[in-house]
Design a protein around this ligand. Structure first.
Ligand SMILES: [Ca+2]
Ligand SMILES: [Ca+2]
Length: 243
């Protein structure tokens, strides 16, 4: 839940968009191969290894570094050829989407070769290229993309660097739809309009106070919100809560 909220906030900031509708696609790899690790694994339910090789490792394997992550993918398999994984087809409507995933360093500091992983929505630009130090723990990455028309897309993760059989780790891939019909909130616009009006009112009070000071008066104290404005704002906030 925390992760989903964080994703929503990040995408709202980036796209000016709304809340997440829910995962369209998610994969934590934990059910692969009957839950057992496998080097040079190709039997993914949702992915095709289109180049090089990857290893399915993690829980139950000699390479289990993270509690609670189950199985995950070593993006540089065991054939000295970093792997590329292409997802199944995702039929998406026009709209805004978040691709989120977790990447970690190789966790094998004896193999200092530099590794990279690219995340791409086919066919489009690479959304992000990540290179992590071997000891970097899993961290969530989020990339937003927009579709102007109904589109069938695939997600691609592609590893590069020296093929030393020791790659970065991938887990918890998700695509969420950003619901864009709730922003901008009319209530938000109204609140900011009222704040603007109040600021204008404060400016008028300050000018009046300065004028009275010049005349020798005390100018009084700022009155802040009028009762009418207070009531209107409370009503707007309540209506926002009810939405
Ligand atoms: Ca996992
Ligand atoms: Ca490997």
């Amino acid at each position: 839940m925390t992760r989903s909220i964080a994703t929503a906030i990040a995408c709202i900031v980036l796209l000016g968009a709304g809340e997440l509708q829910g995962a369209i696609f998610s994969d934590n790899f934990n059910g692969e191969n009957g839950g057992a690790y496998q080097l040079n694994y190709t039997g993914f339910a949702n992915w095709t290894v289109t180049a090089g090789t990857v290893d399915l490792i993690g829980e139950g394997s000699p390479w289990n570094w993270f509690t609670g992550y189950g199985l995950y993918v070593d993006m540089d398999g065991s054939t000295s050829a970093p792997g590329t994984m292409l997802s199944i087809n995702l039929d998406l409507d026009p709209g805004q989407y978040v691709l989120s995933y977790e990447l970690a360093g190789s966790q094998r500091p004896g193999h200092p070769a530099q590794n990279w992983v690219e995340a791409t929505v086919e066919t489009g630009p690479t959304l992000r290229t990540v290179s992590l130090a071997p000891n970097a723990p899993f961290a969530v990455y989020e990339d937003c993309f927009t579709l102007a028309a109904p589109t069938t897309v695939q997600i691609r993760f592609s590893a590069s660097g020296v093929g030393d059989n020791v790659g970065m780790l991938l887990d918890n891939v998700m695509v969420d739809n950003v619901k864009d019909d709730v922003i901008p909130e009319p209530a938000s616009v109204a609140i900011w309009s009222l704040i603007g009006l109040s600021w204008i009112g404060f400016g008028a009070w300050r000018r009046r106070r300065n004028a009275m000071a010049r005349l020798g008066g005390d100018g009084g104290q700022p009155t802040g919100w009028s009762d009418a404005n207070r009531t209107a704002i409370h009503q707007i906030i309540e209506r926002g809560r009810m939405r």
